[in-house]
Design a protein around this ligand. Sequence first.
Ligand code: SF4
Ligand code: SF4
Length: 456
Amino acid sequence: MAEPSTTGLHAAWTFDPRPPRPDWGIALPAVKRLSTRGPIQPAPPPAEAVISLAHAQGIATPLVRPGDRVLTGQPLARDAQAAAHASVTGTVVAVESRPVPGSSHTPCVVVRREDPERFDPALRPVDPAVLTPAQIAAHISAGGIAGLGGALFPTGRKLRAGAPIRALIINGVECEPWISCDEMLLRERAAAVIRGTRIMMRALATEQAVIAVKVDMAEARVALHDALEADGSGSIGLAVVTARYPSGGERQLIELLTGEEVPAGGLPRDIGHVCQNVGTAAAVADLFDLGQPLISRIVTVTGGAIAAPGNFAVRIGTPIAALLAAAGGCRAEPARLIMGGPMMGIALADDALPVTRATNCVVAATAGELAPARLEMPCIRCGECVQACPAHLLPNELLGAVRRGDAAALDELGLAACIECGCCDHVCPSAIALTPRFVTARAAQRPPPGPGEDPS
Ligand code: SF4
Ligand code: SF4
């Protein structure tokens, strides 16, 4: 563990070739090279975009009806925290529940594309320097920006911090194997990430920010370093953290950077920090500088079954099948389609599901890339899961409480702090599926996230 300074922040957030290695987590093989050989490519806009109205705090209210004609970037739905926008020009053909990754019924607006594309004339760049912090946060909410790390927490809400914030932490750690969208974004658009960081610092009225990357992201680190030199302000630092999984978890990253732990049941803001993803920062820059709401995102398409793995700038609502086609299609029948990484991702029922704002990666895995099924054996109390747990929990004790259905013990053992990372399963010699049990138990116990909470 690194020594924190007296302010709780490191005196210098600069490149350390041997960043502190925590005593939690696991080492995973790096398999990002498959998708980082070429630049980010644009995926063709879909013939029909299925645009989810969901974010982590609810469902935006539709503003359109079937038959309405919409322009690219036009708001389709809005609530106080976020909005959803047309990712193509065309006609609304449905406003109804559709299956999306992770949910069988989510309210969506379906837009059939019509060429030529026309952008909403109301879209204009906005100078954040003339806005108050509250106005910046409101503009970000209206721009539909929600945590692009996958949590989809409305960014505007997270920026209405209330309490003083010592530092904004921009998370580019991307610690799951396979996923490389944040790394490629940093390599190619580091200046936009810095620009978005600066806008969010203004919204939070904080003088300090740090952008964190993983030690094995050499090209991203160099690009960021050069862009920070060009920026020249000195108020944004660059931190390099261990490649150990899950160093990119919000609470784990804060611990690595500051030596401080977010209190159980508390929020990063309780100790003076707010975390945002690098993709979110770039989206904020595009909203203010280009007038572009969140209508597309970068998605990694990878796995042994994919003909040409890579990263793609994809319109929200694009069917995953079309995205796979943009990556050359499948050269072998995938044994499993996964959205996200192998540790915390979700299996996809089929490739007709649409890309949402949360879709950071699609893995089309071959059978050889999947962990072989193992027979679950009794717990031998080896303690491996305790050692690996990044939330400092006792997974073996939690398992006993789950099996007994003992809700009080689950509370006492801190189940709520589980980040569902899968480390305990990964190290368990008895092949006990701990995390799926914890996911189910947490869903039964958990109240809705509080203000500013990022479920990631
Ligand atoms: S790693 Fe598995 S076998 Fe070992 S204590 Fe944890 S649950 Fe039991
Ligand atoms: S899934 Fe939960 S209990 Fe298991 S290692 Fe991760 S945080 Fe700990």
